[in-house]
Design a protein around this ligand. Sequence first.
Ligand SMILES: *Cc1c(COP(=O)(O)O)cnc(C)c1O
Length: 412
Amino acid sequence: MDRGHSTNQHGHPDRDYFIDLENTYGAHNYKPLDVVLERGEGIWVWDVAGNRYMDCLSAYSAVNQGHCHPRILAAAVEQARKLTLTSRAFRNDQLGPFYRELCELTSSHKVLPMNSGAEAVETVIKSVRKWGYQVKGVPSDQAEVIVCANNFHGRTITIVGFSTDESSRAGFGPFTPGFKVVPYGDAEALERAITSNTVGFLVEPIQGEAGVIIPPAGYLRRARELCTRHNVVLILDEIQTGLGRTGKLLAEQHEGIESDLSLIGKALSGGFYPVSAVLSNSEVLGVLKPGEHGSTFGGNPLACAIARAALKALVEEGMIENAARMGDYFLAALSRFKSPIVKEVRGKGLLIGVELLPEAGGARRFCEKLMSRGLLCKETHENTIRFAPPLIIRQAELDWAIEQIQSVLAEG
Ligand SMILES: *Cc1c(COP(=O)(O)O)cnc(C)c1O
């Protein structure tokens, strides 16, 4: 710590000190923007030098409620003082109320709580396979799950095994068999891929990581019909699109459908703690019997108390309606820019992608320019900038963001 170049005039370690530590001692599996944050409140975060930034990423939509939301914080502190972890060997007084509140809010029948999003995805894959053998009558070890090209569902071996993104999967094989990939947004391709061994279709309502890719209108409705007709479980990964991000509680509501299984995570805790859940409208979760699946931390009282407060904040403070209103406003403003380097602006609610033409030289340098103007966002793939501010953002704040974005695009 006593390194001359890395303290500021008050003797506090500066940005470079923390960056050096990360580079020296950490695995380099990320390439973050070089901003070192130490504090957050609402849509704002502050770096170690005291500079303020508007957060337009929201930790990949995990802090939809804004940073350090006071009601979630109070629930977290109160519960942390009382009881944090019992394991599921015993019951706790937060789990049941969490189940009921989540089921009532999402019109689900059953919930299975996990921690990370990837664990929720693994949970549904296990569940639909077992359902396939026990209920649908698929011959043993023949179950197939259909997924989409350019999907993002997490980072475990099984999940990256059915990714089509080379950097996610190259060098990590051998992979889990039993997956088929079809083009995203193409219901005919889905229908052709279904066989009598197909147990599930796993799909994101909007592909966030792929660059905010929105499927053609009616796609999810078609997928719903096909899954029903062929006795296939429709699984929507709403880990990023759910909990208000697109202007509805769940993105499935834009098409007026109901999945059989939906996955939520990220904003389920408002960013305080990893909490994910599988929501079930069908008999699928019923195939899991005691001892067949679990997680030491899944459903712990601290997680449940935090998630209950995070859901209440989202609903009672009108964040979902605000996301719809502000999202329309933001998208309209960005779409009005006449920029020779913008290929397309697209989005739903406050999940917005600005895709640049390849000639623009990549989205990263625009993110760096925006950072120096006090706005944090991140490129997704080469050429798309994703804007996903907390759902509490107000119009005047968006106006400022729009001005910054317009300026850096005009600079080219
Ligand atoms: C983030 C994300 C996941 C994985 O969640 P983790 O908590 O990082 O494991 C899965 N699916 C989608 C759509 C996501 O955006």
